[in-house]
Design a protein around this ligand. Structure first.
Ligand SMILES: Cc1cc2nc3c(=O)[nH]c(=O)nc-3n(C[C@H](O)[C@H](O)[C@H](O)COP(=O)(O)OP(=O)(O)OC[C@H]3O[C@@H](n4cnc5c(N)ncnc54)[C@H](O)[C@@H]3O)c2cc1C
Ligand SMILES: *[C@@H]1O[C@H](CO)[C@@H](O)[C@H](O)[C@H]1NC(C)=O
Ligand SMILES: *[C@@H]1O[C@H](CO)[C@@H](O)[C@H](O)[C@H]1NC(C)=O
Ligand SMILES: *[C@@H]1O[C@H](CO)[C@@H](O)[C@H](O)[C@H]1NC(C)=O
Ligand SMILES: *[C@@H]1O[C@H](CO)[C@@H](O)[C@H](O)[C@H]1NC(C)=O
Length: 506
């Protein structure tokens, strides 16, 4: 429709050509970067990556903190065999192994409010019992036909083991310990409670053999982007992915309707940004999180996504996990300790709200703290915790200062009689829920997923045009059948879709 003899139109036509790429990738997280790298490795450069945030990385976010770095998102390389992150990083000696991991629990104290320590032998018994169940749960064949939640399954086994003991720990301790254990292991999926997590869904996830908590020796998790683009170890061999990334480019709508028309040549897919800019492409690869899809799939796609994909979007679980870091100028805790786990009673929560009325309803989130732990890998003095589920969302409504002081006051309730706890000199935390480019942490299998028969494979299915060719494709951790919720899963999904694109463009 471009009137070539009209100067204005031809300029706009060439401007439009500039904004056309054969492939548009939405999202510069691990999966989008992996896809772009794989395409370029195969000599395909006609692509643009649209990223809403002012940075690349997505849920990998390494930040400077306390004269060091901390990870607001992914931190560990989970396992070795079959883990593509491990395979890229290990030969270059970038990874550190944590022989001390088993030791972590034995150097952790359990404390009641007021400072009393729980008896070591009883805690060890409870830790051993519950960890053994957790470790065995995803290889338990009984789970395959189980229709209940992970919480029910776990408690059944736990109570059986407890009943078999000659000397049982006091009921109050068992109760509070279980409250802690649910919180402390909640980061496996980030669900609101373990009664939301599917029991048999745990079998979908596949663990890579080997050390499950490998950390990066230096540089942090963001180094993985340099590995994907081959910038590391040899910058001269870098694939120019970064140059094809447009930051601050939030996609508002993907118009793929015209692809249903029979016209030849095929009309392009039109992608409009919130800032009004338009881009066109033959193929669009969507890598936004499942949280983003849950929140905005209705408006992001025109026409709407097919019913089966929407069923997966609505019913696969998407968790909430946040991290908190406090920086103290000097350690106030005994040396050699890996941290304090708190045994919380209802009375503690009531007392906290009474004593600190200035926090108002904020008292609701402190119960999400499982304890305060010392970061063994950082020489600086940092205490951190994970917070999961509803408290993780609630916490995001308050300022850094309020949360920092809330943590300090909560610490005071448990340890203030034994130690003078100073005000931290630094504080940071993640906010994955409020940020509309994430809306949470990572995917999991819920009871809803089971009921609705929702699968990662449904999320991964490309939308085909009338000729049966892929038009809109999907990658991202949540689209991986069994490595979902991880960086290695996200990367594999990006490679998978890059291969599909290469096949389709041939
Ligand atoms: C707290 C936390 C801890 C974790 N710990 C680990 C761990 O220890 N080990 C591990 O393996 N994994 C961990 N994970 C999971 C891992 O970080 C993710 O699975 C992985 O990084 C996801 O990559 P992705 O490409 O699928 O999605 P993302 O990283 O979310 O990438 C999608 C990109 O799309 C962008 N985007 C969103 N909406 C739009 C839009 N409208 N327009 C344009 N761009 C948009 C986003 O900004 C983002 O950059 C953790 C995650 C969290 C949150
Ligand atoms: C706090 O002090 C009391 C009394 O001395 C002691 O019994 C308790 O073990 C101490 N708690 C901690 C966490 O050090
Ligand atoms: C718990 O497990 C550890 C390591 O396997 C073992 O050394 C310890 O004796 C166990 N403790 C109890 C109370 O079972
Ligand atoms: C968890 O389960 C409860 C009770 O069944 C339900 O009300 C809630 O919506 C669920 N939460 C999530 C995040 O699925
Ligand atoms: C084309 O892309 C540029 C940025 O890459 C953007 O500023 C411009 O608005 C786009 N053009 C149109 C017609 O949307």
């Amino acid at each position: 429709m471009h009137l070539k003899k009209n100067g204005v139109f031809s300029r706009s036509a060439s401007a439009q050509r500039r904004n056309h790429s054969r492939v548009l990738i939405i999202g510069a997280g691990a999966s989008g970067y992996a896809a772009a790298s794989r395409l370029m490795e195969n000599g395909f450069y006609d692509l643009t990556v649209l990223e809403a945030e002012p940075r690349i990385g997505g849920r990998v976010n390494t930040v400077r903190f306390a004269e060091n770095i901390v990870e607001l998102g992914a931190e560990w390389v989970h396992g070795e065999v079959g883990n593509v992150v491990y395979e890229m990083a290990e030969p270059l000696e970038l990874l550190g192994h944590n022989a001390a991991k088993r030791d972590f629990n034995s150097h952790m104290d359990f404390v009641w409010s007021g400072g009393a320590l729980a008896e070591r032998a009883e805690i060890e018994l409870l830790l051993n019992t519950s960890q053994a169940i957790r470790d065995a749960v995803d290889v338990d064949p009984a789970l395959a036909s189980y229709t209940g939640s992970y919480g029910e399954f776990f408690l059944d086994k736990f109570n059986q083991k407890l009943m078999a003991l000659e000397r049982r720990p006091p009921a109050e301790l068992v109760d509070r310990f279980l409250g802690w254990f649910e919180k402390a292991t909640g980061f496996y999926d980030g669900s609101d409670t373990w009664f939301n997590t599917s029991g048999r869904g745990l079998l979908h996830y596949r663990e890579c053999e080997g050390d499950l908590a490998i950390t990066w020796k230096r540089g942090g998790y963001r180094t993985v982007f340099d590995l994907l683009t081959k910038r590391f170890p040899n910058p001269s061999q870098e694939l120019p992915v970064r140059r094809r990334v447009l930051l601050n480019s939030e996609v508002a709508v993907i118009r793929w309707a015209e692809r249903e028309a029979t016209s030849r040549p095929k009309p392009p897919i039109v992608v409009e940004l919130s800032n009004g800019a338009r881009y066109t492409a033959d193929l669009v690869l969507v890598t936004v999180s499942l949280g983003v899809l849950k929140h905005s799939a209705d408006t992001l796609f025109d026409p709407p996504l097919p019913q089966r994909k929407m069923n997966a979007v609505r019913n696969l679980g998407f968790g909430q996990v946040n991290k908190l870091f406090m920086y103290f100028s000097d350690p106030w805790w005994p040396s050699g300790l890996s941290g304090y786990s708190v045994l919380v009673t209802e009375d503690d929560l009531e007392a906290f709200k009474r004593k600190y009325p200035q926090y108002g309803s904020m008292g609701h989130w402190v119960h999400g703290l499982s304890g305060f732990y010392i970061d063994q890998h950082k020489p600086s003095v940092v205490l951190f915790d994970w917070i999961v589920g509803e408290p993780a969302r609630v916490m995001e409504r308050y300022s850094d200062y309020q949360i920092m002081m809330g943590c300090k006051d909560w610490l005071d309730m448990f340890l203030g009689q034994n130690f003078t706890i100073p005000t931290p000199i630094g504080f940071t935390r993640s906010m994955w829920w409020t940020n509309k480019h994430f809306k949470g942490s990572y995917s999991y299998r819920s009871l809803d997923s089971d009921r609705a028969d929702a699968w990662a494979a449904h999320l991964a299915e490309p939308i085909l045009d009338r000729d049966g060719e892929p038009a809109v494709l999907f990658a991202g951790e949540a689209t991986h059948d069994y490595y979902y919720s991880t960086v290695h899963g996200a990367i594999e999904s990006g490679w998978r879709e890059a291969d599909r694109i290469l096949g389709s463009l041939k």
